[in-house]
Ligand binder design. Structure first.
Ligand SMILES: Cc1cc2nc3c(=O)[nH]c(=O)nc-3n(C[C@H](O)[C@H](O)[C@H](O)COP(=O)(O)OP(=O)(O)OC[C@H]3O[C@@H](n4cnc5c(N)ncnc54)[C@H](O)[C@@H]3O)c2cc1C
Length: 511
């Protein structure tokens, strides 16, 4: 193969969503993935029968359709299956104490009544009231309708009646969530809680998180009868479903195929050169799913206007991660362990402070197939709050690195001890990952969670670039970080390369 219609660089969830949909639209599409495992941040690996998720563990809106989750919409559009287990409760280990909480507004009122009293409950109810019309507005225009050309008049126009109905609320959805939050919430615990949720959504506190993103979460998490999802087989099952959809429609994924350079001729992106020297031409487009900083590294000098290049290169980064992957003996553990726990050490330090927030995921509680019988698989991580600078330039074989790894992992062990006190004696497999591990295995610039673009300063960058033939998708583009967002970005790019008629047919099928 030395030419194809579209080349996609990277098999993250954004790249795979884009590629699979392009294939469904009938284009010849090839995905080149640098790693030997597909999925990017959502990749999984197996050791001694334990199946480890590397990244995402919180999923919602995947187990039913039509769903407002763009990722579910991609799955529907490409016609694949993704069986999920449902659950609704996760554990909290917060400075206020240990408790379980569920999705759905009412159960959180019980938590608030106990921790903060009736005034806090009233504030929470008032916030729900304010958010309800905003949540409806946030889902009035499915991102699946978006495309980057004039055809959007027809595909977006299809939703004109519901857009008109919510018109007055759209303005409130622009900018950051803290404006809405501060208008309603006085209680410091609710403030902290909402900042935590925002941080988990976007990598930034409420002052930097887009109001529309939070409204979307409210639409999803606080609807009647809501449950959360976990794909059976873990994040690998999600990745496999997208790859299956890609291949079913004639596309292909080539692993271990690092793109060294995007080929530019006559001021147009025309293909890629792989690390092994092979050159592949793209007749329609090259789509980069690599992060913005990694994409810029692939372009020849001068391919982009200097101002644009500098603007993109200097987009600030979210911090990186510490990871702890454990395969443990589950004998004698309490039967009511939750699949997920959120641990916050000290609200006063701020939600983004290093080593302050720790997430624990024990997915084999929901899906026993992820671990051998009588065992559990655990992923503990510090979510986007580990400074890369602490690790920059370190030799991974040095004693200094080993020591720092041990000391920076301690906060994750201590968080887990609040849930499983004798955890250190139960481990059959122990693997610690640092920002350098994250950078290496996810091929991510400085192991970053993604761009730290505050909603107060604007939206995430467009998928178009000033270089004809080059488009981008994934968490460096609109609408941002997280699985639903990157799936949406992939859809927007794929839609833009399809005809309006194909796009409208797809919308009819999935919505
Ligand atoms: C620990 C962790 C937990 C998370 N938890 C959640 C969660 O619970 N829920 C949620 O919704 N989101 C979560 N996220 C965020 C979400 O996983 C990411 O936003 C999303 O997966 C990013 O997808 P992407 O397609 O933008 O890019 P990536 O996943 O970064 O994929 C980019 C791909 O491009 C490849 N690549 C890069 N350069 C090249 C090259 N030169 N040649 C070929 N290939 C290349 C990389 O190898 C990679 O496979 C989490 C992220 C992490 C890291």
């Amino acid at each position: 193969m030395n030419s194809t219609d579209v080349i996609v660089i990277g098999s993250g969830i954004g790249g795979l969503s884009c590629a699979a949909l392009l294939a469904r639209y009938g284009l010849e599409v090839t995905v080149f993935e640098s790693h030997t495992i597909p999925g990017g941040a959502a990749q999984a690996f197996e050791r001694q029968g334990f199946k480890f998720d590397c990244g995402p563990s919180l999923y919602s809106g995947l187990s039913y359709s039509p769903s407002v989750n763009p990722l579910r919409q991609v799955i529907d559009a490409i016609g694949v299956d993704l069986p999920c287990v449902n659950y609704d409760t996760w554990g909290c280990r917060l400075p206020e104490g240990d408790f379980d909480t569920s999705v759905g507004g009412e159960q959180f009122c019980e938590v608030l009544a106990k921790l903060r009293g009736q005034d806090a409950v009233n504030e929470w109810r008032q916030l729900q009231k304010v958010m309800t019309p905003l949540a409806q507005a946030a889902i009035a225009l499915p991102p699946a309708a978006l495309r980057l050309d004039i055809g959007a008049a027809l595909t977006v126009g299809k939703f004109a009646p519901s857009l008109a109905q919510h018109a007055t609320n759209f303005l409130k959805l622009t900018g950051s969530f803290d404006r809405i939050m501060n208008g309603v919430v006085r209680d410091p615990f609710i403030h902290n809680w909402l900042n935590l949720l925002c941080f988990l959504l976007s990598g930034l506190p409420a002052a930097g998180t887009n109001a529309a993103e939070v409204a979307f979460m409210f639409a999803d998490w606080y609807r009647p009868g809501v449950v959360l999802d976990y794909p059976i087989g873990g994040s690998a099952a999600l990745v496999n479903a997208l790859v299956q959809g890609l291949e079913k429609h004639g596309g292909q994924l080539l692993l271990n195929s690092h793109v060294e350079q995007i080929l530019v001729e006559a001021n147009k992106a025309v293909g890629v050169r792989l690390r092994d020297g092979r050159e592949i031409r793209a007749r329609r487009a090259v789509v980069s799913n690599a992060s913005v900083w990694d994409t810029l590294k692939l372009l020849p000098e001068g391919a982009l206007p200097r101002k644009f290049f500098t603007q993109r290169q200097t987009i600030p980064e979210c911090d990186s991660f510490m990871h702890l992957h454990l395969g443990i003996d589950a004998q004698g553990l309490p039967a009511d362990l939750a699949c997920h726990y959120i641990v916050v050490n000290d609200w006063e330090l701020g939600i983004t402070a290093p080593q302050n927030v720790v997430l624990v995921s024990i997915p084999s509680i929901l899906d026993p197939s992820l671990a051998p019988p009588g065992k559990h698989v655990i992923h503990v991580y510090t979510p986007g709050n580990e400074p890369y600078a602490l690790w920059e330039g370190m030799d991974r074989r040095s004693q200094e690195y080993t020591q720092q790894k041990r000391s920076r992992a301690e906060v994750m062990w201590q968080a887990l001890e609040r849930i499983i006190p004798d955890i250190r004696t139960r481990c059959q497999i122990t693997q610690v990952g640092t920002p350098l591990t994250h950078e290496r295995f996810l091929r991510r610039h400085r192991g970053s969670y993604g761009p730290a673009i505050s909603a107060a300063s604007g939206l995430f960058p467009s998928h178009r670039t000033p270089l004809p033939g080059l488009m981008c998708c994934g968490d460096s583009t609109f609408p941002g970080i997280g699985l639903p967002a990157v799936a949406a970005s992939g859809m927007i790019v794929a839609n833009s390369l399809a005809s309006v008629r194909q796009h409208l047919t797809m919308l009819e099928e999935i919505l």
